[in-house]
Design a binder for this molecule. Structure first.
Ligand code: BGC
Length: 750
């Protein structure tokens, strides 16, 4: 625990604090600042000895593997996310880990993203809700959460160097908000910078991101830690706002030299030291209190509940749930039913104390039934169709009253460090599905993978389809629970399932080349693209079925200052207990904005016949857009449609709200257009007489509409070169008068 002040430290001691001591620990100074143990990660504590690796290669101590973000974010359940994070942090405490490297908050820009399994959504609002709940849970245990990777780490290809070229509005509206919400609402004590460059500057030395935006605008008061090996230039990184380089590169002397030569100010170093000291204080309890042994059994129950809620039921013609009392012969097909894929590869790879497989769990859940298993495909394969395995699967299905087939991505399809090359099932698995379906035995398909898998023609002929993501160690048990109705599915898609890779918005710009990736689709990521253009998709964002049904009624919208509140009633109209996730989308109708955007949701659990009143607050930001010219969030006055929906494609009720706008009036400049001058309350009294005079000089008649349009687009200063007696001095004078009037009239900087 920190005891004495840092003022007496030498420059060398201070510099030593800005890098790790080992791969997993920061430097400490006896009696001044504790060394902190850091571990991945996002869905399990990957505790390694001091000299482990960051690639998930070396083994780690046992810890519970919870559903990775692809699954957990599909719960749309803030309480569940918080519970998982809290339990994760309890394991961290047991292992004396002060700093837990997660959650992953990067946006799933393309379904090819190799690390999508570690990220929450294609939508920044959902990812922000995920990040906030996660940080709340972790930090409730005195352990620091570390949202990562800040910012724009949306691909694995060339991840250490690639330059993400993103326009400012897209950055503000899509790629930063999940971090912003998490920082502003739940105050993480640390944050991890990304490897890549953002608009020409490495994230690790990007002053605009690390200092101006993160600390200046969002008031982040924690420590910025580098991604493992992300620092390129120690001194620039420190000056930009990066506090700790992990793991150490042995270059602390560069910091010392920079301070001595004046290239880096001692104040900068002192601020970093003070932030690290605060982090040590905030997490001191972890190192002081006695370590509780990990209760693996109870944590497994948390993992199982989370996995149940993570699954998304995409199709069900009534075959599910399987009635345990009448189940007879069931074919369980697919190697994943026996050897589950439950986590992805790389730094998040944990070593769980137990793993539940569907085959074993289904046997326990359906004791009267006869289960017949056929592997159907090999997991270490070149994906060639194996006729012997197919024949065995065919026979197994033919002899059963129902077939359950588990297919999906293999370990070497998706991992940290590589992007996928396809979102289609491999040939052997596709053929297997077709073979089983062709037997005529009713078929349930479960998809397993860290990201969406395209839905082939086979889906039309299967009887039920479940998105099973990667579900952590208890995934097999949770699948059995959902199949038998012990759990009622309530997950909702956190990303759209497109029909094919070629339909995806960044198809032509992912993953870029020659070190450059252009975010050319701009704001139009995921459903923002598909819905704005009304394109066909397989399953929409936010979609998911249940074994019961729900209805929405009585939508009321009230204006609340510059935001609004939506209130409505949800009723369970079916015959079993279940949970629904009503979603609120806002449609501004303004040009240049997506058709609608998710701005609120709530998960509601209901008994059959039960109704609950739900209210969702929509703050000012829910109606705002980033204005790049004015470099600020703007809420324009007007009508906004509020949609109460089951998914981005299924609006049940809607209403409009009239908002006054933020009242901000931009200052006028010589380059402001004549249109902007005439729309401004301060510009109009100056420009209108001038425009009138010009029209009269030009013959007095009413100018044609195209002439008027052209004129309105023209910057005021251009009149100075028209030879109509307006000089640059006149323009300067007009600018001064307009802005004097603006300053005198109101508080302009709201
Ligand atoms: C990953 C991080 C991880 C770190 C430490 C890096 O390769 O990008 O997410 O936290 O390693 O394992």
């Amino acid at each position: 625990m920190t005891t004495t002040t840092t003022t007496t430290l030498t420059v060398e001691q201070k510099a030593s604090l800005t890098s790790g001591a080992t791969t997993w620990t920061s430097q400490g100074i006896e009696g001044v600042v504790d060394a902190l143990h850091m571990s991945d990660g996002p869905h399990g504590v990957r505790y390694q000895g001091d000299e482990g690796d960051s690639l998930g290669i070396a083994s780690s101590r046992q810890s519970t593997c919870f559903p990775p973000a692809a699954g957990l974010a599909s719960t749309w359940d803030r309480r569940m996310i918080e519970t998982v994070a809290r339990t994760l942090a309890q394991e961290a405490r047991s292992l004396a880990v002060s700093v837990l490297l997660g959650p992953g908050l990067n946006i799933k820009r393309s379904p090819l993203g190799g690390r999508n399994f570690e990220y929450a959504s294609e939508d920044p609002f959902l990812a922000g809700a995920y990040g906030s709940s996660f940080v709340r849970g972790v930090q409730s245990q005195g352990v620091s959460a570390v949202p990562k990777h800040f910012a724009a780490n949306n691909q694995e290809t060339d991840r250490f160097r690639v330059n993400a070229q993103i326009d400012e509005r897209t950055l503000r509206e899509i790629y930063l908000p999940a971090f912003e919400t998490t920082v502003r609402q739940d105050h993480p004590w640390a944050l991890m910078c990304a490897y890549n460059k953002v608009n020409g500057e490495y994230a690790s030395q990007n002053r605009r991101l690390l200092t101006d935006i993160l600390r200046g605008e969002w008031r982040f008061d924690g420590v910025v830690i580098s991604d493992w090996g992300a620092v390129v230039d120690r001194v620039s990184a420190l000056a930009a706002g990066l506090d700790i380089e992990m793991p150490p590169s042995g270059t602390d002397s560069k910091i010392v030299d920079a301070v001595r030569s004046g290239a880096c100010s001692i104040d900068t170093l002192d601020q970093t030291v003070s932030r690290i000291r605060i982090l040590a204080d905030r997490t001191a309890d972890v190192r002081i209190k006695a370590k509780e042994p990990i209760d693996f059994e109870s944590h497994d129950r948390v993992a199982r509940k989370a996995a149940q809620e993570s699954m998304v039921l995409l199709k069900n013609n009534g075959i599910l749930p399987i009635d345990p009392s009448s189940a007879d012969t069931i074919a369980v097909i697919g190697e994943f039913a026996r050897t589950p894929r439950f986590q992805g590869g790389g730094s998040s790879h944990v070593n769980p104390p137990m793993v539940h497989d569907l085959l074993g769990e289904l046997g326990e859940a359906l004791p009267q039934a006869t289960l017949r298993f056929a592997p159907g495909y090999r997991v270490q394969s070149d994906h060639r169709v194996d006729e012997a395995l197919l024949s065995q699967a065919r026979r197994t299905a033919q002899e059963a009253s129902v077939a359950i087939v588990v297919v999906g991505y293999l370990d070497n399809d998706e991992s940290e460090g590589m992007d996928k090359t396809s979102i289609d099932l491999h040939d052997d698995q596709r053929k297997l599905l077709q073979t089983v379906i062709d037997t005529g035995t009713p078929t349930v398909v479960i998809l397993s993978g860290g990201g969406v898998i395209s839905i082939g023609d086979w889906a039309e002929h299967c009887d039920a389809l479940l998105e099973g993501w990667l579900l952590g160690q208890a995934g097999g048990a949770a699948m059995a629970d959902v199949l038998t109705g012990a759990a009622n599915p309530s997950g909702r898609l956190n990303e759209t399932i497109p029909r094919a890779l070629d339909d995806t918005p960044c198809r032509l710009n992912f993953p870029g080349c020659d070190g450059q990736v252009l975010y050319g689709e701009g704001l139009y990521v995921g459903y923002r693209y598909y819905d704005t253009l009304d394109l066909p998709i397989s399953y929409p964002f936010g979609y998911g079925l249940s074994y019961t049904t729900f209805s929405y009624s009585d939508l009321r919208i009230s204006q609340l200052g510059q935001g609004a509140q939506g209130a409505f009633t949800v009723t369970n109209t079916g015959s079993c207990r279940g949970a629904d996730v009503p979603q609120i989308y806002v449609a501004s109708g303004q040009p240049g904005r997506p058709a609608h955007e998710l701005k609120g949701f709530e998960r509601v659990e209901l008994e059959p016949g039960e109704s609950k009143e739900v209210s969702i607050d929509l703050d000012m930001r829910a109606f705002s857009t980033w204005n790049t010219r004015q470099a600020r969030w703007r809420q324009y006055p007007g009508q906004y449609r509020i949609e109460l929906s089951r998914s981005s494609r299924d609006t049940q009720l809607s209403a409009t709200v009239e908002l006054p706008g933020d009242g901000y009036v931009a200052s006028l400049e010589a380059m402001s257009t004549i249109g902007e001058w005439s729309e401004s309350p301060y510009g109009a009294p100056i420009i209108n007489p001038l425009v009138q005079g010009i029209a009269e000089n030009m013959g007095g008649g009413e100018p044609s509409p195209e002439m008027k349009a052209m004129f309105m687009q023209m910057p005021l200063i251009k009149l100075a070169s028209w030879g109509i007696g307006i000089s640059e001095e006149n323009v300067d004078d007009m600018v001064r008068r307009a802005n004097d009037l603006r300053c005198a009239t109101e508080t302009v900087d709201n």
